[in-house]
Design a protein around this ligand. Structure first.
Ligand code: NAD
Ligand code: WQD
Length: 337
């Protein structure tokens, strides 16, 4: 049985479906601080069976131990964490507490129960402002905000754990920019309040909830001056986790892998692709650069292909189509449905 921490969230809920598709059994553990039970109800609807769920906090050892008492947990996919860059600058302690302390508690309880396999949600944010693109896993690491530092600390903590005890099997997955949603339109990204990220901002503008997109800067050194990112379909990302879990038993060292497509699209490329598939006009204005943003970030995904046998398959049009289906069917996300 696989324990999926943060499994009610955006990437976790999509991963549950792909685990089920592969016949892998799982239980979700989530404190619902950034999600709701509705996402898991929808997952149940899609997979045609109940989802095992325990509500609890990874910082609470009693909550965690309950799962190990109830289920025979073989490995953990660890999504649980806070993820808003801006909020992390305002509330650094909340981020260090939730993400870093939470992961330490999780690993302690895992070790006490002799479960030593973990797949961790890291981020391309650990590459800071890369000196060039595409980005390979051996690029220098740095970051400019507390959220990113939690990812760097946790990567190091998990590496130290392996050094101390080679029974640990650790996979660090560095995600690029996940967007899109499940084809059914039943699950998707449901940010609280005004979205920070590009795709939910565009899709909420398309559905009429927001007036106008602000494009943060058009004077970057990119093909049209706007920021370039490696957008990856969340279902491709979810499939990457299945490959990681299938690989984990054979590891002899900590495995660190980029999950990206290798393609970079600008903000305006995304606006155009979204307009094409949704047949909606996205009003936008060019504004100042956002603090901390970089010009260009995209992966070299070749290591994922060679080591996990995984590569992203879904196109930017499919990502936009699926984001749009989710947003138009659920204008208020999981609320009031
Ligand atoms: P999300 O907020 O939708 O999901 C995270 C889930 O973790 C939520 O359901 C939340 O309720 C739960 N959670 C948070 N703290 C918890 C705690 N202390 N105990 C139990 N549950 C807790 O976010 P997501 O986009 O699905 O991201 C999943 C993971 O991937 C996060 O660790 C995030 O940092 C990482 N990541 C996300 C992105 C992205 O752009 N979405 C990119 C790179 C990495
Ligand atoms: C994408 C592009 C913006 C909003 C963040 C985190 C990163 C990772 C993924 C977790 C940029 C531009 C955005 C808007 C805009 N998360 N933009 N108007 O910043 O690449 O990455 O999410 O690990 O750590 O930093 O993603 O979607 O916010 O921005 O012009 O209203 O869209 O400037 O070029 P980002 P994003």
């Amino acid at each position: 049985m696989i324990l999926v921490t943060g499994g009610a969230g955006y990437i976790g809920s999509h991963t549950c479906i792909e685990l089920d598709n592969e016949g892998l059994d799982f239980v979700v553990f989530d404190n619902l601080c950034n999600s709701s039970k509705e996402s898991l109800k929808r997952v149940s609807q899609i997979i045609g069976k109940d989802v095992k769920f325990i509500e609890g906090d990874i910082r609470n050892e009693t909550d965690l131990q309950k799962i190990f008492d109830l289920y025979d947990i073989d490995s953990v996919i660890h999504f649980a964490g806070l993820k808003a860059v801006g909020e992390s600058i305002e509330k650094p302690l909340a981020y260090y507490d939730n993400n870093v302390i939470g992961t330490i508690k999780l690993c302690e309880v895992m070790a006490q129960n002799n479960c030593k396999k973990i797949v961790f949600s890291s981020s391309a944010t650990v590459y800071g402002d890369p000196h060039t693109t595409p980005i390979t896993e051996d690029f220098p690491l740095s970051t400019t905000n507390p959220y990113g530092r939690t990812k760097l600390f946790i990567e190091d903590i998990l590496k130290d754990l392996f050094t101390s005890d080679h029974e640990w099997k650790v996979i660090l997955l560095r995600y690029f920019n996940p967007i899109g949603a499940h084809k059914s339109g039943l699950i998707g990204e449901d940010p609280n309040g005004i979205p920070n990220n590009l795709m939910p901002y565009i899709s909420q503008t398309a559905v009429g909830k927001l007036e106008q997109l602000s494009v943060f800067g058009d004077d970057y050194d990119t093909h049209d001056g706007t920021g370039v990112r490696d957008y990856i379909h969340v279902v491709d990302l979810a499939e990457g986790h299945v490959k990681a879990i299938e690989k984990i038993d054979s590891l002899e060292n900590v495995l660190t892998v980029n999950l990206g497509t290798g393609k970079g699209y600008s903000v305006l490329d995304i606006v155009k692709a979204f307009e094409k598939v949704s047949e909606k006009k996205i009003p936008y204005k060019i504004t100042a650069r956002r603090n901390g943003d970089i010009a260009k970030c995209f992966a070299d995904p070749s290591y994922a292909k060679s080591v996990l046998g995984w590569e992203a398959k879904r196109s930017i049009d499919e990502m936009c189509e699926d984001s749009w289906r989710w947003q138009s069917k659920n204008p208020n996300g999981y609320k009031n449905n």
